[in-house]
Design a protein around this ligand. Sequence first.
Ligand code: HEM
Length: 125
Amino acid sequence: MTRIPSLFFATGAILALIGMAWGIQMSATHDHTLSPAHGHLNLIGFVAMSVFGTFYALCPRAAAARLALVHYALSLASVLVLVPGIVLAITGTTEALAKAGSVLAILSMAVFAYTALRNGVGAGD
Ligand code: HEM
C-alpha cells in the first residue's frame, strides 16, 4: 500500500491551501475571530498529516498494513469534524462537534503511537 504516504501528503497540501487562503482572508478583513479554527486546520490538516506521511514513507511495512488506511481516514475525519466544530464553538452555536472532532483527533494520534511503537523505522522494513 505505497499510496498511503501520497494520500497523506496530497491531503495535507490541499488542506494547507485552504487554511492559507483562510489566513489571507482573515488578514484582509482584519477579522481574526476564527483564527483557532484556521490554526487547527493548518496544524492537524497540514503539519500532522505531513508528519504521518513522512513516517509511512520511511516505514513501508507500516504503510502496507490495513491500519494505515484506518489511520488516514481517522486523521481526515478529525480535521473535517474538528475545524467546523471550533467555528461552531466560537460562534456560540454548539460545542458538540468540537468535542467529537477532539475524540477523532486523539484516536488518530493513538493509532500513530501504536503504529510507531509496533513498527519503528529502519532496518527490516
Ligand atoms: C497564507 C498563509 C497564512 C496566513 C495569511 C495566516 C494568517 C493568520 C492570521 C491573520 C492569524 C490570526 C493572528 C492573530 O489573531 O493574532 C493566524 C493565526 C494562526 N495561524 Fe496562520 N496564516 C497562514 C498560514 C498558517 C500555517 C501554514 C499555519 C500552521 C502550519 C498557521 C497556524 C496558525 C496558528 C497556530 C494561529 C493561531 C491560532 C489561534 O489564535 O489560536 N497559519 N494566521
